[in-house]
Design a protein around this ligand. Structure first.
Ligand code: IPE
Ligand code: IPE
Ligand code: MG
Length: 246
């Protein structure tokens, strides 16, 4: 059953980006190793992706591994990379069936070769899919992305500084094919962006859930969307200006 009215449905976000936090704490609270939390976190990805597709939200981006996460213990990192490979292999069939195109943002060269290969192969195999868009942020850091963009602009050698605008800059970001996120969800009660889509989030609405990622279920996701559709996004204008158009 669709939990949104027709009016609410029109206001649903086009792009939801999620900082999937709290896997470790969720597991530790159950006396289990952190990797148990990551494994359950992957299960939750399936549920949230299915809900977003069902509701017609065309873009979902998941922060799965930050550049700063490289400083975690080796065993945790390799466990995460194996889970990533396993997820991609298991999901390929349904991604093809459901027309899901996979993209990745982040520095894939910093992943172990087997994980990089699995990501690149899935991106290649799903390139022609047009129905839905899943982006994984892997070894991603927003500041590092900005530095890469600046390098690429300098190399492109055709800049006219006087005419240079945000759109010229954003074309050099890894998110160039994605709309800006409308809603950023962070689980586990932390009120920070942790180097995620800092510039793209300029006008994103932010929702922080106290739930850890493995327990952020369909109902919690729908709750965050309900909250979002009743917000007023003013983009610098006044309430009166916004109210007069709608
Ligand atoms: C999020 O859960 C997953 C990754 C960062 C890879 P955490 O592993 O950060 O879990 P907590 O925050 O330590 O509970
Ligand atoms: C952010 O979570 C990165 C991901 C969810 C992949 P962290 O757990 O790494 O963030 P901090 O260190 O608490 O800011
Ligand atoms: Mg964390």
């Amino acid at each position: 059953m669709n939990p949104f009215t027709a009016e609410e449905t029109l206001k649903l976000p086009k792009h939801v980006a999620i900082i999937m936090d709290g896997n470790g704490r969720w597991a530790q609270a159950r006396g289990k190793p952190r990797l148990f939390g990551h494994r359950n976190g992957v299960e939750n990805v399936r549920s949230v992706v299915n809900t977003a597709r069902e509701l017609g939200i065309p873009y979902v981006t998941l922060y799965a591994f930050s550049q700063e996460n490289q400083s975690r213990p080796v065993a945790e990192k390799s466990g995460l990379m194996k889970l990533l490979e396993e997820f991609l292999k298991l999901e390929l069939k349904s991604m093809m069936k459901d027309g899901i195109r996979l993209r990745a943002i982040g520095d894939l060269d910093g992943l172990p070769p087997f994980a990089k290969k699995a990501v690149e192969e899935t991106i290649e195999q799903t390139r022609g899919n047009k129905d839905w868009n899943l982006t994984l942020a892997l070894n991603y850091g927003s500041r590092q992305e900005v530095i890469s963009a600046v390098k690429s602009i300098i190399k492109s050698n055709d800049i006219k500084p006087e005419a240079f605008k945000w759109d010229d800059f954003s074309q050099h970001l890894q998110t160039k094919d994605l709309p800006d996120p409308d809603l950023i969800i962070r689980t586990s009660g932390e009120f920070r962006l942790s180097n995620f889509l800092l510039l793209q989030a300029a006008y994103a609405e932010i929702f922080v859930s106290p739930l850890h990622w493995p327990e952020f279920n369909r109902g919690a996701f729908i709750g965050s969307l309900k909250d979002y559709v009743h917000r007023e996004r003013r983009f610098g204008k006044t309430h009166e200006q916004i109210a007069s158009v709608t």
